[in-house]
Design a protein around this ligand. Structure first.
Ligand SMILES: C[S@@+](CC[C@H](N)C(=O)[O-])C[C@H]1O[C@@H](n2cnc3c(N)ncnc32)[C@H](O)[C@@H]1O
Length: 235
């Protein structure tokens, strides 16, 4: 296992390398499904007018943009990510669409946000990449108001054995080839992707880790046969 700092450095080098191709590759490699997954997570949080929403590891800001449409003029969306290149793509999208998002470069493990400030915290495909998952979950917990809600959209473990075999073939064989070719990536990010998914805790274990960070009312929901799962909890 790489040391935490090595992992952070390697992960950031990968996202810097593919930032401009990230959205295109997401759409190609998930056959467009990631849009549906992201809409589902935002819908599940029932974000409403005036809410303050934190998007952790916001990247190119898809979840932030969806949240923006729900919070209205009285609410706020804050997008935190360690990678300036990814955030810049998100910022350009927000400007093009005329959406107001506060972008901040920061580490999920020590976020530049006030404690107890947010009604909702979202994170999509970030937690798998951080060096210390438990510390990040505690940070997200800290950021929320009492009663605030958290949702994590992350790759998970397909539940059906045969489907898992098919998915393994796709993600270990085809996905790295297509992803690397499209982005001309020299860092190996699309080889890292399936490896990191396999290493990530399964649905039940991850729910236990979220609970250990202080959250209650834990739920999880599998999407697309468990390729991804949405975990939710409340402070
Ligand atoms: C796979 S992208 C997901 C982007 C976006 N949330 C989405 O759903 O499309 C993962 C993002 O997590 C960010 N990230 C990884 N480790 C992080 C950390 N420790 N703190 C903040 N952001 C981090 C990366 O820079 C990257 O932008």
């Amino acid at each position: 296992m790489p040391e935490p700092f090595d992992k952070e450095y390697a992960v950031q080098a990968m996202f810097s390398s593919i930032a401009r191709f990230y959205d295109l590759n997401n759409t190609l490699l998930s056959l467009g499904l990631h849009h549906r997954w992201k809409k589902t997570v935002v819908r599940m949080m029932a974000i409403s007018n005036g809410h303050r929403v934190l998007d952790v590891g916001a990247g190119t800001a898809d979840l932030s943009l969806l949240a923006c449409d729900q919070v209205g003029a009285d609410g706020a969306v804050v997008a935190v990510d360690l990678n300036a290149a990814m955030l810049l793509v998100g910022k350009e999208k927000a400007e093009r669409l005329g959406r107001r998002i506060c972008f901040a470069v920061g580490n999920a493990q020590q976020m530049p946000v006030q404690s107890g400030y947010f009604d909702v915290a979202l994170t999509g495909f970030c937690i798998r990449n951080v060096s210390d998952i438990d510390l990040s979950l505690r940070e997200i917990y800290r950021s929320l108001k009492p009663g605030g809600r958290f949702a994590c959209l992350e790759f998970s473990h397909p539940t059906h054995r045969l489907f898992r075999k098919l998915y393994d073939f796709y993600s270990f064989t085809l996905l790295p080839k297509i992803g690397t070719w499209v982005s001309k990536d020299p860092t190996g990010v699309y080889q890292y992707l399936p490896d990191s998914i396999r290493r990530f805790p399964d649905q039940k274990e991850f729910a236990r880790r979220i609970e250990a960070a202080g959250f209650r009312h834990l739920t999880y929901r599998n999407l697309s046969g468990g390729i991804v799962a949405i975990h939710t909890g409340a402070k």
